[in-house]
Write a protein that binds this ligand. Structure first.
Ligand SMILES: Cc1ncc(COP(=O)(O)O)c(C=O)c1O
Length: 454
C-alpha cells in the first residue's frame, strides 16, 4: 500500500481566511463538503490556495467527465470569447446552439426525429421537461421515485425525495406529484429479492393507478436510470423495459433524468443505453458543458413541439460559451474513447472495493455501472443500519490526506466516485489507497467495524 501523507495544513491559512469571509458573506444553507478553497484544477487533480494537491474523486459532482480544463474545451471557449458573449438565443440566435441541438438529437437513444432545448441547470431542464410533458399530454400528474434527486427549485424539490436537508421547511410544493419505491434492491421496499421478485416494484405501478392516481391523469414518470444523490443505485437489467412498457401502455411519457449518469459516466454515453430504452424525454446537464453551466431536454420532436412559441426559454439558457464548450466535450468523449476508460476505471474501483467488502463488515454494498461506482457503509451487515457518521469521517480523512470524495444516499452513508474519466491508473490507485487508509482508520477507531469477517 502506498504511504499516505497527512496534509497537516488542511485547511491551510488561506483557506481558513476565506472560510471566515465566506461565513460572514454567504448563507449557511449553501453548505460545502470540504473547507478547501481551490486555486487551480487540471485533468483529475486540483490544488488549493495553500498549495496542497488533491486527487479528485468528485469532479465538481460529476461535471468534468472529460477532465478539468481540458485544452480543447478551453480553446473552444477562448475562440467564442473573441466573437461574442451573449446575444440571447431568443433575440439573435447563433449556430453553435443549433449545431449542439443537432448533435444531441443524434447521440441520444432512439432513431426517431428529436428536438433539443438548452437550459442553464439540471433543475431548470427538469422543470422544462415537466412543462413539455404536461403540454403534450394535457395531463398534470408526475410520478417520481423514493430516493430520487431532481434539483432544488420548488418543482424539482417536489420531485426530489430526501427530506433533510433538501425539502424540510420549504413547503408547500407544486402538486400532482406521486412517489413510488425505486428498484433499490439492497433496501427493497417490499423485502423481496431479485430475480424471484419478478420486478414487483416496476409492475406495482398498475396498483398505483388504481389506488393512488388514475393513469389517465399522469403525464410522465421521471426516473434517474441510475440514482445519483440517492446513492448510485443500479436497477436490475430488465427493470426499465418493464417500467417504460407500462408507461406507454397507459399513454404516459417516460422522462430519463441523466443529469448525473450521462456523458460517458456509466461506460455508455447515456445510462439508458444499458437498459435498451429510448426515453420520450431525456434531461442532461453537468458534464455536458465540460465545467460550464449548461443543461438540455432532448426528446421526440412531436412532444418537444407541444408548447407554443414563447412557451419555453430563458435569458441565458444555452449561452454561446457553454454551447461551444459542449461541442468540444462531445468530440473529446468520442476521440479519447472515454466510455471505455469509464469501464476500466470503474472495474479498478470495484475490484478494490470488493476486497474491502470481503474484509470489513462496514462495507454493506458495492455497486455501480462503468465509472459511476459507490460503496454503502453500514453499522452491521445484518441490520443494514446506515453508517452516516462513519461515512462523514471517511470523507474528512480523505481530504486531509489528498483525496476529494463526496458522499450520497438518503441516509448519507454512501461513498461515491465520480472521477474525471481522464484519471490515470496511478492516480486511481493513489486515490484508492487513501480511501482504504480512511476506511481502516475509521473502522479501527470504531472498533467493531474493522473486525475481520469470520
Ligand atoms: C439526477 C439529477 N437531476 C437533477 C439535478 C439538478 O441539477 P442542477 O444542480 O444543475 O440544478 C442533479 C444535481 O445533482 C442530479 O444529480
Amino acid at each position: 500500500m502506498a504511504t499516505i501523507q497527512l496534509i497537516t495544513s488542511v485547511p491551510g491559512p488561506k483557506s481558513k481566511e476565506l472560510g471566515a469571509r465566506r461565513e460572514a458573506a454567504i448563507p449557511r444553507g449553501l453548505a460545502h463538503s470540504t473547507p478547501i478553497y481551490v486555486a487551480k484544477a487540471e485533468d483529475a487533480w486540483l490544488e488549493d490556495v495553500d498549495g496542497n494537491r488533491y486527487i479528485d474523486f468528485a469532479g465538481g459532482i460529476g461535471c468534468v467527465n472529460v477532465g478539468h480544463r481540458r485544452a480543447p474545451v478551453v480553446a473552444a471557449v477562448r475562440k467564442q470569447l473573441d466573437r461574442y458573449l451573449h446575444t440571447c438565443v431568443q433575440v439573435t440566435p447563433y449556430e453553435d446552439y443549433v449545431a449542439l441541438a443537432e448533435r444531441m438529437n443524434r447521440v441520444t437513444p432512439g432513431k426517431f426525429p428529436k428536438k433539443t432545448l438548452f437550459m442553464n441547470s439540471g433543475a431548470e431542464a427538469v422543470e422544462n421537461a415537466v412543462k413539455i410533458a404536461r403540454a403534450h399530454t394535457g395531463r398534470a400528474g408526475i410520478i417520481a421515485f423514493e430516493d430520487a434527486f431532481h434539483g432544488r427549485t420548488l418543482m424539482t424539490l417536489a420531485l426530489t425525495s430526501k427530506t433533510h436537508p433538501y425539502k424540510a421547511g420549504f413547503a408547500p410544493f407544486p402538486g400532482d406529484i406521486y412517489r413510488v419505491p425505486y428498484a433499490y434492491c439492497y433496501r427493497c421496499s417490499y423485502s423481496l429479492k431479485y430475480p424471484s421478485c419478478d420486478l414487483y416494484c416496476a409492475r406495482h405501478l398498475e396498483d398505483t393507478f388504481k389506488r393512488v392516481v388514475a393513469s389517465e391523469d399522469v403525464a410522465a414518470v421521471i426516473a434517474e436510470p441510475v440514482l445519483g444523490e440517492g446513492g448510485f443505485v443500479v436497477p436490475p437489467p430488465d427493470y426499465y423495459r418493464v417500467l417504460v412498457d407500462l408507461c406507454h401502455k397507459h399513454g404516459i411519457l417516460f422522462i430519463a433524468d441523466e443529469v448525473q449518469s450521462g456523458f460517458g459516466r456509466t461506460g455508455k454515453l447515456f445510462a439508458s443505453e444499458h437498459y435498451g430504452i429510448e426515453p420520450d424525454l431525456m434531461v442532461t446537464a453537468k458534464s455536458l458543458g465540460g465545467g460550464l453551466p449548461l443543461a438540455a431536454v432532448t426528446g421526440r420532436a412531436e412532444i418537444m413541439d407541444a408548447p407554443g412559441p414563447g412557451g419555453l426559454g430563458g435569458t441565458f439558457a444555452g449561452n454561446p460559451l457553454s454551447c461551444a464548450a459542449a461541442l468540444a466535450v462531445l468530440d473529446l468523449l468520442e476521440k479519447e474513447n472515454l466510455l471505455a476508460r469509464a469501464n476500466q476505471l470503474g472495474d479498478r474501483f470495484q475490484k478494490r472495493a470488493r476486497e474491502w467488502q470481503n474484509r470489513w463488515p462496514l462495507i454493506g454494498d458495492v455497486r455501480g455501472l462503468g465509472g459511476m461506482q459507490a460503496i454503502e457503509l453500514v453499522k452491521s451487515r445484518d441490520r443494514r443500519e446506515p453508517a452516516k457518521e462513519e461515512t462523514k469521517e471517511v470523507t474528512e480523512y480523505c481530504y486531509q490526506h489528498g483525496l476529494i470524495t463526496i458522499s450520497a444516499g438518503s441516509y448519507g452513508n454512501v461513498l461515491r466516485a465520480l472521477v474525471p474519466l481522464v484519471m490515470t491508473d496511478d492516480q486511481m490507485d493513489e486515490g484508492l489507497a487513501v480511501l482504504e487508509a480512511a476506511l481502516t482508520h475509521v473502522g479501527e477507531k470504531k472498533g467493531v467495524f474493522a473486525a475481520q469477517l469470520t
